[in-house]
Design a protein around this ligand. Structure first.
Ligand SMILES: Nc1ncnc2c1ncn2[C@@H]1O[C@H](COP(=O)(O)OP(=O)(O)OP(=O)(O)O)[C@@H](O)[C@H]1O
Ligand SMILES: [Mg+2]
Length: 242
């Protein structure tokens, strides 16, 4: 079976700096996959490579078996990959509804379909519906994260790439965000590739994970395998070496 998304031996450089070194990932349809790793190890670079914001020097990025390396970012979105970027990045001077409509810009479709899509987002995230005319920049961090999710859903993705969706949020809001990721995955069948620095959080909802160390994939496995791995327990879960 071809994977939903596959990167094969991808190498990314920033000038002389070798940021991703022969990295290979595989995301299957309907999966939640976590990308773990410390600061500056290449997590955001991975997401940007998939979204065609960074160009690899070598390697392949395949979506359903087809190379996307000659596509534009809009083309990748049109083919089914949406992104929830670092630090949420909603458009602060636009209303919630205007932000959602931006998420639909790569799609063709009638005004009626757009209205139905908006209604679906407001059903999934009622808070957004109550505040559809509010400027996005005036919403709380958690609300902006919900908006970033809903905006991603407007493009009817098969895969959503999320870069640290829980960063800077209070614990109770983190739980809401994780629950939303679960719902997007379970109810809509959308695959999720998410960067998360907390291994505990990431592996509590992911099916599988990859651990990146200095631009190299160091470990990969199911969530249970990674949780049981002594190296992960020591480095990320606060366990001390036996
Ligand atoms: N545009 C750029 N130009 C030069 N170097 C860059 C650029 N973007 C990223 N880097 C470098 O590449 C490395 C990986 O950056 P990246 O943002 O992918 O890390 P990260 O794993 O997402 O880190 P964090 O956890 O801090 O978000 C870092 O050393 C960073 O300084
Ligand atoms: Mg990052």
């Amino acid at each position: 079976m071809t994977a939903l998304l596959e990167t094969r031996d991808v190498n990314v450089y920033y000038g002389e700096f070798h940021a991703l070194q022969d990295v290979s990932y595989r995301i299957e349809r309907g999966e939640i996959v976590s990308l773990l790793g410390g600061n500056a190890c290449g997590k955001s670079t991975t997401m940007k490579t998939i979204l065609r914001l960074v160009k690899p020097r070598s390697g392949e990025v395949l979506l359903e078996g087809r190379s996307i390396l000659s596509d534009t970012t809009a083309g990748v979105v049109r083919h089914g990959v949406a992104s929830v970027p670092e630090a949420r990045r909603v458009f602060p001077e636009m209303t919630i509804e205007e932000n959602l409509l931006v998420g639909a810009h790569t799609r063709r479709g009638s005004a009626r379909m757009l209205r139905a899509d908006l209604a679906a987002q407001y059903e999934m995230f009622p808070r957004l519906g109550e505040r559809r005319r509010q400027l996005a920049g005036t919403m709380s961090g958690g609300e902006q994260q919900m908006l970033a999710f809903a905006r991603a859903l407007m493009s009817h993705p098969k895969l959503i790439c999320m870069d640290e969706p829980t960063m800077g949020l209070a614990p109770i809001v983190v739980d809401q965000v994780l629950e939303s990721i679960r719902r997007i995955n379970r109810e809509l069948g959308i695959a999720v590739f998410m960067v998360e620095q907390s291994a505990e959080l990431a592996l509590s909802i992911a099916h599988r994970g990859y651990v990146l160390v200095n631009g190299v994939v160091r470990l990969q496995g199911t969530a249970a395998e990674l949780l049981a791995n002594p190296e992960i327990r020591e480095a990320y879960l606060g366990a001390t070496a036996a």
